[in-house]
Design a protein around this ligand. Structure first.
Ligand code: ARG
Ligand code: ZN
Length: 867
């Protein structure tokens, strides 16, 4: 069944207030609801009431005090006929959280009960108008056995609690803010609580609480601190103050994604909230801080102002990712953050845009909304918000955001509403810009240059185009902000005098046409063009540059993002040429740029490590823009890595040793940068086969007092050590940390991503006592680890594909959402050449041919096969 944006209409009834009683018993849970409803005044007559409900066992249904005897419940819809325009709909139903392995609705996570309702999970808890434009105040009472479940939580403020018969107890929570059902949450468990408080800008004291299972109690401090930093930042940067008196976070071991912004009661994947230096790497700290911020920021961008329908998902997700990225830049290093975000977009979102699941930031239709929690909605959506900021400037953007929050507070809004606020405060006409919301695919901008020494004129010609995407063959020109500078041979920026729409203050040139030629006057020498600085638009850029030009940008561009980008372009272009020519000699240009980066003491260690890292296989696949011979690609990249390693063997060794530090561990940008660079230099050093490198790596692993160093040492051993050493260290790791869930997940992931891992090893991991196929984190560690392990997943005999297809079928019966995510690894079969593409397609076909597929998996597989 296809849901279409064009068919959106308001519901026939609204729900004003929702009263729930959730009675948890061993083996079943009973849910009583009382929904205060009123007919939508814009609707004629007295339409039938159609409520969503999945796997509900009906005990009683009432309109006010009258039992409903006439109803129809089929295909997840309950149809009843109201007799008045205002009424209370009451239902008593039973559900089965213990056997709910989809992890949507109410389910059991280890020893605790918790919920996940976004997008359409609330209908697994009770009958409801489960759509985001239906907003109600909620009161939730939870009843459960007191000894097993001393902690009972729901959204809002606690208003009552007490004892019941048979050792049971209850707690009642009230949320005064209207919200859609997807923001509902409830938790029952035996949890420890860590308290803190935050005083808001207006002087209100907010009680902050993190709940975790007792064995994780020592891992909550970092998230609490991150939360306080987020609260402060949102006040300062966006003028957003927290509203309830209490803010809670619960860590859950069974969780489909990172975390969920339920009003006042965020529920997190344990892996996205629990941290300490012993078990969490720098990357993990940064990710946790960003997710805590992301969910917190949703309190305004998502909860106070929510989405009218799921086509507007990017309204909250794109904006909130934009906000959390900005937060991370402010907390740490803005350039590093930008480089990583741009690299991620190119590596993961560009392929989505050129594959079967390409969709606009505001999709026109979907079958299963869970399949649309994508990098396009989230990360490209954030880029689109970022371009709005670039076009109107920081101050007006803030004014627009203030207006948006004020005007739509308590409402369900659309992306058009958001853009209209930006337009209103700035006077900028966003009509054409809005194609970024409706047009799928990545624009390509081809640039060419011409210098006329006599006229002292320099010309840049831009031509933009876009390939068709499924269901969208016609593409129109986009508004593309090009942040730029012209440089002289010393890398200094020239004053710009040109005949185009160039903003002197922001240094942004705006393209709106398919073809644009810009003439720059008074240019006394051939300049170097530094274009798309800071990745000012999510586009592919084709700009043929000479070696001299590339080298200048790679060594002298003052925009650190572009300098990084020029270095990467050298690697990428060279690798592509090697693949096409079948010649795996690394040219001197690459070694020159490595030498220059190594020698440049002005570069921070973090930037240096980013510059010295070769592009990933995934990025290479996308950059090739032709049928990919995966074997040739692996051979070329490995050859280049070898050659860089061997050419600078002494430097890698020396740098690795010099980056060793006695400083006490702290997670901060400076230390993390140092450790990241050391990991990189060590990996090149170990690649040379030098025994001293392996000794160093082993010692790093053994003597580390923090997870980052430990993993850096271990990874170097895994990639280059003898089988005996590898298995020694892996055994040691498991012995020491098998009781720590996050460490076990890491242990599984390390093995699945290790060089040369075989399907037999993956199978063995899935048989290991530490594995649990109902636990998404464990499944992701092993299977996503394998699928991202390019050389193993794409192994020469193609056996990786069928193996994954069979796992998808197996998982689909347990957890469709998680299973559907893995289809992504087969969906771009078309980019590969020959037999490989056929093998991937066959694997997809075997999923399609298997019985009883979920809508989640079916939608993705069908689209991939039709591509
Ligand atoms: N809103 C959550 C977040 O981004 C994610 C919810 C994902 N839901 C899903 N069905 N995949 O913060
Ligand atoms: Zn989000």
């Amino acid at each position: 069944r296809i849901i279409r944006l064009a068919e959106y209409k308001e519901p026939d009834y609204w729900i004003k207030n929702t009263q729930l009683v959730i009675r948890i018993f061993d083996g079943y849970t009973e849910v009583s609801s009382e929904l205060t409803m009123v007919k939508n005044a814009r609707v004629d007559g007295l339409p039938t009431l159609v409520l969503d409900g999945v796997e509900q066992t009906i005990k009683q249904l009432h309109f006010d005090d009258t039992e409903i005897s006439q109803y129809q419940y089929s295909d997840d819809k309950l149809t009843v006929q109201p007799v008045a325009e205002e009424f209370i709909f009451k239902a008593v139903t039973r559900i089965d959280p213990e056997n709910n392995t989809s992890l949507e609705g109410l389910y059991k996570s280890g020893s605790m009960y918790c919920t996940q309702c976004e997008a359409e999970g609330f209908r697994k808890i009770t009958f409801y108008l489960d759509r985001p434009d239906v907003m109600a105040t909620f009161t939730t009472r939870i009843e459960a056995d007191k000894a097993s479940f001393p902690t009972l939580l729901a959204n809002g403020n606690p208003i009552d609690e007490g004892e019941l018969e048979n050792g049971r107890h209850f707690a009642t929570w009230q949320d005064p803010f209207v919200k859609p059902a997807y923001l509902f949450a409830a938790v029952a468990g035996d949890l420890v609580r860590k308290d803190d408080s935050f005083t808001t800008c207006s002087g209100r004291e907010i009680s902050l609480r993190i709940f975790a299972e007792p064995r994780n109690a020592h891992k909550t401090d970092f998230a609490l601190d991150s939360l306080k930093r987020s609260m402060k930042w949102d006040e300062k940067r966006y003028g957003r103050e927290y509203d309830l008196d209490i803010f809670m976070i619960v860590a859950s071991d069974f969780f489909n994604m990172g975390a969920m912004e339920n009003k006042g009661l965020n529920i997190f994947n344990s892996a996205a909230v629990l941290a300490n230096q012993e078990t969490s790497s720098d990357d993990r700290f940064e990710r946790i801080e960003a997710i805590v911020a992301h969910e917190y920021f949703h309190n305004w961008s998502g909860n106070r102002v929510t989405c009218r329908d799921w086509f507007q998902l990017s309204l909250k997700e794109g904006f909130t990712v934009y906000r959390d990225a900005h937060f991370t830049s402010d907390m740490h290093d803005a350039t590093v953050k930008r480089i990583k975000d741009a690299r991620f977009l190119k590596t993961v979102q560009f392929p989505e845009d050129s594959g079967p699941n390409a969709h606009p930031v505001k999709p026109q239709e979907y079958q299963e909304i869970n399949n649309f929690y994508t990098v396009t909605i989230y990360e490209k959506g954030a880029e689109v918000v970022g371009m709005i900021n670039t076009l109107i400037g920081e101050d007006l953007f803030r004014k627009g955001s203030d207006l948006y929050f004020e005007r739509f507070d308590g409402c369900a809004a659309t992306t058009d509403d958001f853009v209209a606020c930006m337009q209103e405060v700035s006077g900028y006409d966003f009509t054409q810009f809005k194609r970024w919301y409706t047009q799928a695919g990545t624009p390509t901008v081809v640039v060419s240059q011409h210098y006329d020494a006599e006229q002292q004129q320099y010309q840049l010609s831009f031509s933009q185009s876009q390939k068709p995407t499924p269901g969208q063959s016609e593409k129109l020109p986009m508004v593309i902000p090009v942040k730029m500078a012209l440089l002289n041979a010393q890398g200094d920026e020239l004053a710009i005098d040109c005949d185009a729409d160039f903003n002197q203050q922001t240094q942004v040139l705006t393209l709106t046409e398919a073809q644009t030629t810009v003439t720059f006057s008074g240019v006394s020498e051939q300049p170097y063009a530094s274009l798309f600085r800071d990745f000012s638009a999510p586009v592919r850029v084709e700009f043929e540059l000479s070696e001299a030009e590339l080298l200048l940008l790679a060594s002298k561009d003052k925009n650190a993002y572009n300098r990084f980008d020029a270095v990467q372009k050298i690697y990428l272009d060279t690798l592509i040429a090697m693949i096409k020519n079948g010649d795996n000699q690394t040219p001197s240009l690459v070694l020159d740029v490595v030498r220059a980066s190594l020698a440049d003491n002005a570069l921070s260690p973090a930037i240096k490590s980013l510059m010295l890292a070769l592009p990933s296989y995934q990025l290479l696949v996308d950059s090739l823009q032709q049928k990919v011979d995966a074997d040739a690609l692996v051979a070329a990249r490995q050859a280049m890595k070898q050659s860089i390693a061997n050419s600078f063997k002494a430097e890698w060794a020396e740098l690795t040793l010099s980056l060793q530090s006695e400083q006490a561990y702290q997670f901060n940008a400076e230390q993390a940068g140092r450790r990241e660079l050391q990991a990189l230099t060590l990996s090149y050093w170990a690649e040379t086969g030098d025994a001293a490198a392996l000794d160093f790596a082993k010692a790093l692993y053994q003597q580390a007092n923090n997870q980052t160093d430990r993993l850096n040492g271990l990874k170097a051993v895994l990639d280059n050590g003898s089988d005996a050493l590898v298995s020694d260290l892996l055994d040691d790791f498991y012995q020491r940390w098998h009781e720590d869930t996050q460490m076990v997940e890491t242990w599984l992931l390390l093995q699945a991503s290790a060089k040369g891992v075989t399907i037999d090893t993956i199978k063995a991991l899935m048989q290991h006592e530490a594995f649990d196929i109902t636990n998404p984190n464990k499944v992701r560690s092993v299977l996503a680890g394998f699928m991202n392990n390019f050389t193993s997943y794409h192994q020469k005999d193609f056996s990786g594909y069928d193996f994954i297809a069979q796992r998808i079928i197996q998982l689909d019966a347990i957890n469709p959402q998680v299973a559907a995510r893995f289809v992504t690894a087969l969906e771009n079969w078309k980019v590969f050449s020959g037999q490989r593409a056929e093998a991937m397609k066959q694997a997809l076909q075997s999923i399609a041919d298997s019985q009883g597929r979920s809508p989640d998996v079916s939608e993705k597989v069908e689209k991939a096969l039709a591509h």
